[in-house]
Structure formats: structure tokens, C-alpha cells
Design a binder for this molecule. Sequence first.
Ligand code: HEM
Length: 121
Amino acid sequence: MTDSLYERLGGEDAIAAVVDEFYDRVVADEQVADYFDDVDMQRQRAHQAQFISSVTGGPVEYTGAEMEAAHEGMGITPSDFRAIATHLDDALAEFDVDNDDREAVLEEIASYKSDIVTAAD
Ligand code: HEM
């Protein structure tokens, strides 16, 4: 059997490390940092790691809100989405995830774009 994307990424611990790197980059980026001002980042990191694990085929239950409800009323623009997606791509690259697997993760994430983006640039 072929490995799932989750397994190729290295499983739960590797994904948690990528997510830590990802949010370090997000909160250092003034374009999007303010969105996270009042957010419990420990819970956020845990939920994001579960989310990425489950959408990449891991045996992990995502216990957070659905994407539309989680981002409702934030006025997230396409350019904000692009900034966040780029930080995820860069965090994956930092952990030596190859091009094809990075693209596959970003494709999974892009499928939620219309639930997350609610404002124009
Ligand atoms: C790139 C795709 C994205 C994914 C996969 C994603 C995923 C998630 C997940 C899993 C949660 C946790 C929900 C929960 O704890 O119930 C969340 C919450 C949140 N997301 Fe996103 N997100 C994305 C894009 C964005 C963007 C572009 C922004 C803003 C620039 C953003 C801002 C937030 C904020 C502020 C929260 C916290 C909500 C709260 O705790 O009240 N997200 N997101």
C-alpha cells in the first residue's frame, strides 16, 4: 500500500513541529498577526495540527469548529489567505518536505478557501 500524505509528512509529531513553525511565522507577519491577538495559540496550534493531520489522511480526529464557522465575520481577504498559505508552505519547506508533498498539502488547504475568505482584497 502507498503511504498516505500524513505518513510521508512524518505523522503526528512531525506535523505538530511544522504547525509550530507555521504559527511562529504567522504571528511575526504584520499583514495577518492582528487576527491572532486574542487567540489562545496553544489551542490553535493543537487544532491546526489535528486539522492538517486529518485532511492528509491521518488517523486523527479534528475536534475544532468547521472552517466556515471558525472564520466567520473576520473579513479575511484572498491576500490574507495567500499570506497564511505561503507561511505553511515555507514551514513545510523548513522541515524538508519535498515539492510534490508541499503542493498536495496546499491543495487540500486551498479546497477550504471559499469557507475562510469572506472579504475582497
Ligand atoms: C490557510 C487555510 C486555513 C486553515 C486550514 C485554517 C485552519 C484553522 C483552524 C483549524 C482553526 C481552529 C478552529 C477551532 O479551534 O475551532 C482556525 C482558527 C482561526 N483561524 Fe484559520 N485557517 C486558515 C486560514 C486563516 C486565515 C487566512 C486567517 C486570517 C488571516 C485565519 C485566522 C484564524 C483565527 C483568528 C482563528 C481563531 C478563531 C478563534 O479561536 O476564535 N485562518 N483556523
